[in-house]
Design a binder for this molecule. Structure first.
Ligand code: MG
Length: 332
C-alpha cells in the first residue's frame, strides 16, 4: 500500500477561544492510502496540549510502512512507530475508508454498528457571560439540541456564564473547564449549575480527582485525563464518564475498545473532536452510536467544509450511507 500525506489549513467561521488558547484556523494532516487502485482517506487533527502538530504528524508519517494487506490491522499496528496519536488516527481512518470502498460498505457497517447517534453539542467558546448567552441563543435557533460551554475564565464569572446561557436557552447544557478549576472552586460552583455534566474541571492527574467524583452532585467527565484504552480503568476512580477523541486514541479501532472498557466500568461515554474537516468528523460519526454524548461540531465551526458528506440532521451528525467514510473532497 502506498501512503501520501499533506498539511492542510482549515478556517474557522469565528475565532474560537478556550481557557488555554484562541484560534482562527487549524492545521490538519490529510492522509491517502492506496491499494489496488482504490484510495482511502483520513485526517489527523494534532493536539498542541500533547505536543503534537501538523509538522510532527507529517514527520511521523514519513516513517510509516503499511504492508500489502489493508485488512491486516493487527499487523499494521505492529509496523507503526510509537507516538503521534493524531497521525495514527489518520492512518486508521484511511484504512477503514479503504476497506469500506473495497467492499462497498459504509464504515459503521464494517464495525457492526448503527447509523444513529445522540445529537451533537455546539461549542459556545469562552467569552463574556452576555456574549456567550447571545451565541447560545443563535446556536439553538440554528437547530443545535445540546450546548457545550467552554469555562475556566479564572475571573470569577464561570457561574454567571452558565446562568446567563441557561436563561437564554432551553436545550441541555454541558460545560468544559479544560483543567482550569481547583477542587474548592469545583465544589463551590458545580452544585449551583444547571448542567448535564462537567468535563475536565481539574488538571489531568490531579490527586483531588477521586474526592471530586465522590462529592460532586454533577457527573464528571474526563478528557485530558483519558487518551487510550490504557487510561480508562484509572478514569473510573476520578470520573463518571470519559471523553474519547480519535486524535487522542489513535483512531476508531482503539476508540471502540475504549467505549467497551468504559461500559464494563459503568462509565458514560462521550465522543469529542477537534477543529477538523468533515473527513475527520466522519470517522467519529461512524462510531457515534456507541456514545451517550457527542461533541462532533468541528466541521460545522468552519467557514466551509472542504470534505462534505456528513449530514447534520435534526441536530445529529450522521455518516453518509456510502462506501467507506462517505465523504469526498469538495471541488475547488
Ligand atoms: Mg474537552
Amino acid at each position: 500500500m502506498e501512503l501520501r500525506a499533506e498539511k492542510v489549513t482549515v478556517y474557522l467561521a469565528e475565532t474560537f477561544t478556550i481557557a488555554r488558547s484562541s484560534e482562527d484556523e487549524a492545521e490538519v494532516v490529510q492522509v491517502a492510502v492506496t491499494h489496488g487502485g482504490v484510495t482511502g482517506y483520513g485526517e489527523a487533527a494534532p493536539i498542541a496540549r500533547y505536543e503534537e502538530s501538523a509538522d510532527s504528524a507529517l514527520a511521523w508519517l514519513q516513517h510509516v510502512t503499511l504492508g500489502d494487506d489493508p485488512w491486516a490491522l493487527d499487523d499494521i499496528q505492529d509496523l507503526l512507530p510509537r507516538g503521534e496519536q493524531a497521525a495514527r488516527a489518520a492512518v486508521d481512518a484511511a484504512l477503514y475508508d479503504l476497506q469500506g470502498k473495497l467492499v462497498g460498505q459504509p464504515v459503521y457497517k464494517l464495525l457492526g454498528l448503527r447509523r444513529v447517534g445522540p445529537p451533537t453539542s455546539w461549542t459556545v467558546w469562552l467569552g463574556d457571560p452576555d456574549d456567550m448567552a447571545r451565541r447560545a441563543e443563535k446556536a439553538e435557533a440554528r437547530g443545535f439540541k445540546r450546548l457545550k460551554l467552554k469555562l475556566g475564565g479564572r475571573d470569577g464569572l464561570d457561574l454567571e456564564r452558565v446562568r446567563q446561557v441557561r436563561a437564554a436557552s432551553s436545550v441541555p447544557l454541558m460545560v468544559d473547564v479544560n483543567e482550569y478549576w481547583t477542587l474548592d472552586e469545583a465544589l463551590d460552583v458545580l452544585p449551583q449549575m444547571e448542567i448535564e455534566y462537567c468535563e475536565q474541571p481539574l488538571p489531568a492527574g490531579s490527586p483531588d480527582g477521586p474526592e471530586l467524583k465522590r462529592r460532586s452532585p454533577i457527573p464528571i467527565y474526563v478528557d485530558e485525563d483519558c487518551h487510550t484504552l490504557a487510561d480508562v480503568a484509572a478514569c473510573a476512580e476520578r470520573a463518571h464518564g470519559i471523553n474519547i477523541k480519535l486524535a487522542k486514541s489513535g483512531g476508531i479501532r482503539e476508540a471502540v475498545k475504549m467505549a467497551a472498557a468504559a461500559r464494563a466500568l459503568d462509565l458514560g461515554v462521550m465522543l469529542g473532536c477537534m477543529v477538523e474537516s468533515g473527513l475527520g468528523i466522519a470517522a467519529g460519526a461512524h462510531m457515534a452510536s456507541l456514545c451517550d454524548h457527542v461533541d462532533l461540531d468541528g466541521n460545522l465551526l468552519l467557514r466551509s467544509d472542504p470534505w462534505p458528506g456528513v449530514a447534520w440532521e435534526d441536530g445529529i451528525q450522521l455518516p453518509a450511507d456510502a462506501p467507506g467514510l462517505g465523504v469526498e473532497r469538495a471541488a475547488t
